[in-house]
Design a protein around this ligand. Structure first.
Ligand SMILES: [Zn+2]
Length: 148
């Protein structure tokens, strides 16, 4: 007997600040340190390799982001990570910036898609916000797996 597994909803912890005359741009995220296995800011390690953001359950991720915000004064936040494509099963990294974006700059529906230019199948859905469309995406994958 198999019980349907709960939908996997995992969160990355990120900090993004647009650059301006008065402050430097920040685009940072937490990773698992390759040696110590502790969660550290990507910018804090000297590594030539690309690292994927660490993924945590929501409550744990939120607690980390809150602590970092208090300690650094920078706007650390949690961000829902996409699961694999519900149509073709291709893994989509939480740091894919072209996976999900608003159709029209700063407004309108958001799209999430398995981009053909990345070797994906072209499957695409829409939602009212980043969280809305990525939540739908993750729920669809759970349904696809159960009927497979
Ligand atoms: Zn796909």
């Amino acid at each position: 007997m198999t019980t349907p597994s709960p939908v996997r909803m995992m969160y990355a912890i990120r900090c993004r600040v647009s650059g301006s005359r008065t402050r430097a741009e920040i685009d940072d995220f937490l990773i698992e340190h390759p040696v110590t296995r502790k969660l550290v800011a990507f910018s804090s390690i000297d590594s030539p390799w690309r690292h994927s953001p660490a993924l945590l359950p929501q409550a744990e991720a939120q607690a980390r982001a809150d602590a970092l915000r208090r300690a650094s004064g920078d706007p650390w936040q949690i961000e829902l990570a996409p699961n694999a494509c519900p149509n073709c099963g291709r893994d989509i990294g939480p740091d894919r910036i072209d996976f999900c974006y608003p159709r029209v700059l700063k407004s309108g529906p958001w799209r999430a898609g398995c981009n053909e230019h990345d070797g994906g199948c072209g499957f695409e859905i829409e939602g009212s916000s980043y969280d809305d469309v990525v939540t739908k995406w993750n729920l669809m994958q759970a349904e696809a797996l159960e009927t497979a």
